[in-house]
Design a protein around this ligand. Structure first.
Ligand SMILES: NCc1[nH]cc(CCC(=O)O)c1CC(=O)O
Length: 330
Protein backbone atom coordinates (compact mmCIF):
# COMPACT_ATOMS: atom_id res chain seq x y z
CA UNK A 1 0.00 0.00 0.00
CA UNK A 2 1.50 3.32 -1.06
CA UNK A 3 0.49 6.30 0.97
CA UNK A 4 1.78 9.83 1.40
CA UNK A 5 2.32 10.90 4.91
CA UNK A 6 0.65 13.82 6.66
CA UNK A 7 0.02 16.61 5.66
CA UNK A 8 -0.12 15.46 2.01
CA UNK A 9 -2.58 12.85 3.14
CA UNK A 10 -5.46 13.92 5.31
CA UNK A 11 -7.84 10.99 5.68
CA UNK A 12 -10.48 13.31 7.06
CA UNK A 13 -10.79 14.96 3.60
CA UNK A 14 -12.88 12.05 2.35
CA UNK A 15 -15.15 12.46 5.33
CA UNK A 16 -15.60 16.21 4.76
CA UNK A 17 -19.17 16.22 3.50
CA UNK A 18 -22.02 13.83 3.01
CA UNK A 19 -21.57 13.65 -0.77
CA UNK A 20 -17.97 12.53 -0.44
CA UNK A 21 -18.76 10.12 2.36
CA UNK A 22 -21.39 8.51 0.15
CA UNK A 23 -19.01 8.29 -2.81
CA UNK A 24 -16.29 6.51 -0.87
CA UNK A 25 -18.54 4.19 1.15
CA UNK A 26 -17.15 0.65 0.82
CA UNK A 27 -20.28 -1.21 1.90
CA UNK A 28 -23.97 -0.65 1.65
CA UNK A 29 -26.98 -2.22 3.23
CA UNK A 30 -30.04 -2.70 1.06
CA UNK A 31 -33.38 -4.42 1.36
CA UNK A 32 -31.91 -7.20 -0.81
CA UNK A 33 -29.71 -8.20 2.13
CA UNK A 34 -32.52 -8.93 4.54
CA UNK A 35 -34.15 -12.17 5.63
CA UNK A 36 -36.96 -11.80 8.16
CA UNK A 37 -37.43 -14.62 10.70
CA UNK A 38 -41.07 -15.01 11.77
CA UNK A 39 -42.76 -17.03 14.52
CA UNK A 40 -45.94 -18.87 13.71
CA UNK A 41 -48.54 -20.48 15.93
CA UNK A 42 -51.84 -22.25 15.37
CA UNK A 43 -55.12 -20.39 15.26
CA UNK A 44 -56.28 -16.84 14.88
CA UNK A 45 -56.56 -13.64 16.85
CA UNK A 46 -54.10 -10.80 17.05
CA UNK A 47 -50.37 -11.64 16.93
CA UNK A 48 -48.97 -12.14 20.45
CA UNK A 49 -45.83 -10.28 21.48
CA UNK A 50 -42.81 -12.25 22.73
CA UNK A 51 -41.94 -10.87 26.13
CA UNK A 52 -38.16 -10.74 25.83
CA UNK A 53 -38.39 -9.45 22.24
CA UNK A 54 -40.48 -6.27 22.24
CA UNK A 55 -41.83 -5.64 18.74
CA UNK A 56 -41.56 -9.32 17.71
CA UNK A 57 -44.78 -11.28 17.45
CA UNK A 58 -46.03 -14.82 17.10
CA UNK A 59 -48.64 -14.77 14.36
CA UNK A 60 -51.48 -17.25 14.05
CA UNK A 61 -51.92 -18.95 10.68
CA UNK A 62 -55.14 -17.00 10.11
CA UNK A 63 -53.43 -13.63 10.39
CA UNK A 64 -50.21 -14.67 8.71
CA UNK A 65 -50.83 -13.07 5.32
CA UNK A 66 -51.60 -9.76 6.99
CA UNK A 67 -48.53 -10.11 9.23
CA UNK A 68 -46.26 -10.55 6.20
CA UNK A 69 -47.88 -8.08 3.83
CA UNK A 70 -45.71 -5.11 4.73
CA UNK A 71 -42.48 -7.11 4.40
CA UNK A 72 -43.58 -8.22 0.94
CA UNK A 73 -44.44 -4.66 -0.11
CA UNK A 74 -41.06 -3.43 1.12
CA UNK A 75 -39.38 -6.00 -1.13
CA UNK A 76 -37.80 -8.17 1.55
CA UNK A 77 -36.61 -11.17 -0.47
CA UNK A 78 -37.00 -13.94 2.06
CA UNK A 79 -38.70 -15.11 5.25
CA UNK A 80 -37.45 -17.73 7.71
CA UNK A 81 -40.29 -19.65 9.33
CA UNK A 82 -40.28 -20.83 12.94
CA UNK A 83 -43.24 -22.74 14.31
CA UNK A 84 -44.30 -22.65 17.96
CA UNK A 85 -45.64 -26.19 18.27
CA UNK A 86 -48.30 -26.83 20.92
CA UNK A 87 -46.97 -29.02 23.77
CA UNK A 88 -49.45 -31.81 23.03
CA UNK A 89 -47.90 -32.29 19.57
CA UNK A 90 -44.38 -32.75 20.94
CA UNK A 91 -42.82 -36.12 21.72
CA UNK A 92 -39.38 -37.66 22.16
CA UNK A 93 -39.00 -38.36 18.42
CA UNK A 94 -40.32 -35.02 17.20
CA UNK A 95 -42.61 -36.87 14.78
CA UNK A 96 -44.70 -33.75 14.14
CA UNK A 97 -41.74 -32.52 12.06
CA UNK A 98 -42.67 -35.12 9.44
CA UNK A 99 -46.36 -34.30 9.28
CA UNK A 100 -47.20 -32.77 5.88
CA UNK A 101 -49.97 -30.84 7.67
CA UNK A 102 -47.77 -29.40 10.40
CA UNK A 103 -47.66 -25.69 11.10
CA UNK A 104 -44.57 -25.05 9.01
CA UNK A 105 -45.99 -26.82 5.95
CA UNK A 106 -49.36 -25.11 6.25
CA UNK A 107 -47.65 -21.74 6.60
CA UNK A 108 -45.40 -22.46 3.61
CA UNK A 109 -48.32 -23.33 1.34
CA UNK A 110 -50.26 -20.27 2.46
CA UNK A 111 -47.32 -17.90 1.99
CA UNK A 112 -46.33 -19.31 -1.42
CA UNK A 113 -49.90 -18.75 -2.58
CA UNK A 114 -50.11 -15.17 -1.23
CA UNK A 115 -46.53 -14.01 -1.88
CA UNK A 116 -45.02 -16.22 -4.60
CA UNK A 117 -42.10 -13.84 -5.11
CA UNK A 118 -40.83 -14.28 -1.53
CA UNK A 119 -38.34 -17.08 -0.83
CA UNK A 120 -39.10 -19.19 2.23
CA UNK A 121 -36.41 -20.62 4.49
CA UNK A 122 -37.27 -23.71 6.46
CA UNK A 123 -35.29 -24.40 9.61
CA UNK A 124 -34.42 -28.08 9.78
CA UNK A 125 -33.92 -29.30 13.36
CA UNK A 126 -36.19 -31.18 15.72
CA UNK A 127 -36.23 -28.77 18.68
CA UNK A 128 -39.63 -27.20 17.91
CA UNK A 129 -41.12 -30.71 17.98
CA UNK A 130 -39.29 -32.66 20.71
CA UNK A 131 -40.45 -32.74 24.32
CA UNK A 132 -36.78 -32.66 25.43
CA UNK A 133 -36.01 -29.57 23.34
CA UNK A 134 -32.99 -31.04 21.52
CA UNK A 135 -32.40 -30.73 17.79
CA UNK A 136 -32.05 -34.48 17.31
CA UNK A 137 -32.96 -37.84 18.83
CA UNK A 138 -31.73 -38.88 22.26
CA UNK A 139 -30.18 -42.29 22.70
CA UNK A 140 -29.09 -42.90 26.31
CA UNK A 141 -29.23 -39.17 26.94
CA UNK A 142 -26.89 -38.35 24.03
CA UNK A 143 -28.07 -36.64 20.83
CA UNK A 144 -27.35 -39.46 18.41
CA UNK A 145 -25.91 -38.24 15.13
CA UNK A 146 -26.77 -40.77 12.44
CA UNK A 147 -30.22 -41.61 13.80
CA UNK A 148 -31.01 -37.89 13.93
CA UNK A 149 -29.81 -37.31 10.36
CA UNK A 150 -32.25 -39.94 9.10
CA UNK A 151 -35.16 -37.97 10.56
CA UNK A 152 -33.80 -34.56 9.55
CA UNK A 153 -33.59 -35.72 5.94
CA UNK A 154 -37.29 -36.60 6.00
CA UNK A 155 -38.10 -33.29 7.68
CA UNK A 156 -36.24 -31.43 4.92
CA UNK A 157 -38.07 -33.25 2.13
CA UNK A 158 -41.40 -32.68 3.89
CA UNK A 159 -40.72 -28.94 4.03
CA UNK A 160 -39.50 -28.71 0.45
CA UNK A 161 -42.58 -30.55 -0.81
CA UNK A 162 -44.75 -27.99 1.00
CA UNK A 163 -43.02 -25.15 -0.86
CA UNK A 164 -40.01 -24.21 1.26
CA UNK A 165 -37.45 -22.83 -1.21
CA UNK A 166 -34.34 -22.84 0.95
CA UNK A 167 -33.68 -25.66 3.39
CA UNK A 168 -31.72 -24.35 6.36
CA UNK A 169 -30.45 -27.15 8.61
CA UNK A 170 -29.68 -25.65 12.04
CA UNK A 171 -29.14 -28.92 13.88
CA UNK A 172 -25.33 -29.24 13.54
CA UNK A 173 -25.33 -33.02 13.04
CA UNK A 174 -22.37 -34.29 11.03
CA UNK A 175 -23.09 -35.33 7.47
CA UNK A 176 -26.63 -34.00 7.23
CA UNK A 177 -26.07 -31.66 4.31
CA UNK A 178 -24.97 -34.44 1.97
CA UNK A 179 -27.83 -36.72 2.99
CA UNK A 180 -30.38 -33.92 2.59
CA UNK A 181 -29.00 -32.96 -0.84
CA UNK A 182 -29.27 -36.54 -2.07
CA UNK A 183 -32.79 -36.96 -0.71
CA UNK A 184 -33.96 -33.69 -2.28
CA UNK A 185 -32.49 -34.71 -5.63
CA UNK A 186 -34.10 -38.13 -5.43
CA UNK A 187 -37.44 -36.44 -4.77
CA UNK A 188 -36.91 -34.35 -7.92
CA UNK A 189 -36.35 -31.19 -5.87
CA UNK A 190 -33.11 -30.33 -7.62
CA UNK A 191 -33.59 -26.57 -7.35
CA UNK A 192 -34.36 -26.49 -3.64
CA UNK A 193 -31.45 -24.57 -2.19
CA UNK A 194 -29.57 -25.42 1.00
CA UNK A 195 -28.33 -22.72 3.34
CA UNK A 196 -26.50 -24.59 6.05
CA UNK A 197 -26.11 -23.25 9.53
CA UNK A 198 -22.50 -24.33 9.07
CA UNK A 199 -20.81 -22.61 12.00
CA UNK A 200 -23.41 -22.51 14.72
CA UNK A 201 -22.19 -21.94 18.23
CA UNK A 202 -23.57 -23.16 21.57
CA UNK A 203 -24.52 -19.64 22.53
CA UNK A 204 -26.20 -17.84 25.40
CA UNK A 205 -27.78 -15.50 22.85
CA UNK A 206 -30.55 -17.94 21.79
CA UNK A 207 -32.45 -17.56 25.07
CA UNK A 208 -35.36 -15.38 23.89
CA UNK A 209 -35.84 -17.55 20.76
CA UNK A 210 -36.29 -20.67 22.85
CA UNK A 211 -39.04 -18.83 24.73
CA UNK A 212 -40.59 -17.75 21.45
CA UNK A 213 -40.92 -21.29 20.08
CA UNK A 214 -41.63 -22.72 23.54
CA UNK A 215 -38.59 -25.00 23.80
CA UNK A 216 -36.75 -23.32 26.67
CA UNK A 217 -38.70 -24.88 29.53
CA UNK A 218 -38.42 -28.21 27.77
CA UNK A 219 -34.68 -28.19 27.07
CA UNK A 220 -32.80 -30.66 29.20
CA UNK A 221 -29.15 -29.74 29.57
CA UNK A 222 -27.40 -27.80 26.81
CA UNK A 223 -26.43 -28.26 23.17
CA UNK A 224 -22.67 -28.38 23.61
CA UNK A 225 -22.23 -31.88 22.15
CA UNK A 226 -23.38 -30.65 18.75
CA UNK A 227 -23.18 -26.85 18.58
CA UNK A 228 -19.70 -25.34 18.47
CA UNK A 229 -17.57 -24.12 21.33
CA UNK A 230 -17.41 -20.28 21.26
CA UNK A 231 -13.67 -20.60 21.84
CA UNK A 232 -13.08 -22.05 18.37
CA UNK A 233 -12.44 -20.47 15.00
CA UNK A 234 -10.36 -22.95 12.92
CA UNK A 235 -13.03 -25.52 13.60
CA UNK A 236 -15.61 -23.22 11.98
CA UNK A 237 -13.64 -23.37 8.75
CA UNK A 238 -13.68 -27.18 8.86
CA UNK A 239 -17.45 -27.14 9.46
CA UNK A 240 -17.95 -24.84 6.49
CA UNK A 241 -15.59 -26.84 4.26
CA UNK A 242 -17.53 -30.02 4.97
CA UNK A 243 -20.91 -28.45 4.29
CA UNK A 244 -19.71 -26.99 0.99
CA UNK A 245 -18.27 -30.37 -0.01
CA UNK A 246 -21.62 -31.97 0.81
CA UNK A 247 -23.58 -29.56 -1.38
CA UNK A 248 -24.47 -26.43 0.59
CA UNK A 249 -25.32 -23.53 -1.72
CA UNK A 250 -24.93 -20.90 0.99
CA UNK A 251 -23.45 -21.04 4.46
CA UNK A 252 -24.35 -19.30 7.68
CA UNK A 253 -22.53 -18.16 10.78
CA UNK A 254 -24.56 -17.86 13.97
CA UNK A 255 -24.86 -15.85 16.21
CA UNK A 256 -23.88 -12.70 14.38
CA UNK A 257 -22.30 -9.76 16.12
CA UNK A 258 -20.10 -11.72 18.57
CA UNK A 259 -18.81 -13.80 15.60
CA UNK A 260 -17.94 -11.22 12.93
CA UNK A 261 -14.37 -12.58 12.90
CA UNK A 262 -15.70 -15.98 11.84
CA UNK A 263 -17.72 -14.44 9.01
CA UNK A 264 -14.62 -12.70 7.66
CA UNK A 265 -12.50 -15.84 7.84
CA UNK A 266 -15.17 -17.91 6.09
CA UNK A 267 -15.64 -15.33 3.34
CA UNK A 268 -11.90 -14.97 2.71
CA UNK A 269 -11.31 -18.69 2.65
CA UNK A 270 -14.26 -19.99 0.65
CA UNK A 271 -15.60 -17.09 -1.46
CA UNK A 272 -19.09 -18.48 -0.97
CA UNK A 273 -22.32 -16.62 -0.22
CA UNK A 274 -22.11 -16.23 3.56
CA UNK A 275 -25.03 -15.24 5.78
CA UNK A 276 -25.24 -14.32 9.43
CA UNK A 277 -28.05 -14.73 11.90
CA UNK A 278 -28.47 -11.72 14.15
CA UNK A 279 -30.11 -13.87 16.80
CA UNK A 280 -32.81 -13.24 19.35
CA UNK A 281 -30.41 -12.28 22.16
CA UNK A 282 -28.74 -9.68 19.95
CA UNK A 283 -32.16 -8.22 19.19
CA UNK A 284 -33.15 -8.21 22.87
CA UNK A 285 -29.87 -6.62 23.87
CA UNK A 286 -30.31 -3.69 21.50
CA UNK A 287 -33.98 -3.28 22.40
CA UNK A 288 -33.25 -3.33 26.13
CA UNK A 289 -30.71 -0.56 25.75
CA UNK A 290 -33.09 1.42 23.53
CA UNK A 291 -35.87 1.07 26.10
CA UNK A 292 -33.56 2.41 28.78
CA UNK A 293 -32.79 5.39 26.60
CA UNK A 294 -29.17 4.28 26.26
CA UNK A 295 -29.06 3.68 22.49
CA UNK A 296 -30.68 5.33 19.49
CA UNK A 297 -32.84 2.59 18.00
CA UNK A 298 -32.62 3.39 14.28
CA UNK A 299 -28.90 4.17 14.30
CA UNK A 300 -28.04 1.07 16.33
CA UNK A 301 -30.13 -1.14 14.06
CA UNK A 302 -28.58 0.11 10.82
CA UNK A 303 -25.03 0.06 12.19
CA UNK A 304 -25.43 -3.47 13.54
CA UNK A 305 -26.66 -4.67 10.13
CA UNK A 306 -24.05 -2.80 8.10
CA UNK A 307 -21.36 -4.48 10.21
CA UNK A 308 -22.39 -7.81 8.67
CA UNK A 309 -21.87 -6.46 5.17
CA UNK A 310 -18.43 -5.17 6.12
CA UNK A 311 -17.54 -8.56 7.60
CA UNK A 312 -18.35 -10.18 4.25
CA UNK A 313 -21.98 -11.25 4.42
CA UNK A 314 -24.28 -11.52 1.42
CA UNK A 315 -27.23 -11.12 3.75
CA UNK A 316 -28.50 -11.24 7.31
CA UNK A 317 -31.35 -12.91 9.12
CA UNK A 318 -32.64 -10.21 11.41
CA UNK A 319 -35.72 -9.53 13.51
CA UNK A 320 -35.14 -5.90 12.57
CA UNK A 321 -35.60 -6.67 8.85
CA UNK A 322 -38.93 -4.92 8.36
CA UNK A 323 -37.93 -1.87 10.36
CA UNK A 324 -34.58 -1.67 8.59
CA UNK A 325 -36.25 -1.97 5.18
CA UNK A 326 -38.48 0.98 6.08
CA UNK A 327 -35.49 3.05 7.17
CA UNK A 328 -33.61 2.18 3.97
CA UNK A 329 -36.59 3.17 1.88
CA UNK A 330 -36.06 6.61 3.35
N1 LIG B 1 -32.41 -25.32 15.94
C1 LIG B 1 -32.98 -24.33 16.56
C2 LIG B 1 -32.67 -22.92 16.31
N2 LIG B 1 -32.82 -22.30 15.10
C3 LIG B 1 -32.56 -20.95 15.30
C4 LIG B 1 -32.24 -20.75 16.64
C5 LIG B 1 -31.91 -19.47 17.33
C6 LIG B 1 -32.39 -18.22 16.71
C7 LIG B 1 -32.38 -17.03 17.61
O1 LIG B 1 -31.91 -17.07 18.76
O2 LIG B 1 -32.86 -16.00 17.14
C8 LIG B 1 -32.28 -22.00 17.27
C9 LIG B 1 -32.05 -22.16 18.72
C10 LIG B 1 -31.18 -23.20 19.24
O3 LIG B 1 -30.29 -23.73 18.59
O4 LIG B 1 -31.40 -23.55 20.41
Amino acid sequence: MTMQSFPLTRLRRNRFDDATRRLVAENRLSVDDLIWPIFIREGGGEPTEISAMPGVFRSGLDGLAKHVEEAAKLGIPALALFPATPAEKKNAQGTEALNPENLMCKAARLLKREFPQMALLGDVALDPYTDHGHDGLLVDGYVANDESVEVLVQQAVNQAEAGIDIIAPSDMMDGRIGEIRMALDEAGLINTRIMSYAAKYASAFYGPFRDAIGSSGALKGDKKTYQMNPANSDEALREVAMDIAEGADMVMVKPGMPYLDIIRRVKDRFEMPVFAYQVSGEYSMIMAAVRNGWLDHDKAVLESLLAFKRAGCSGVLSYFAVHAAKLLEG
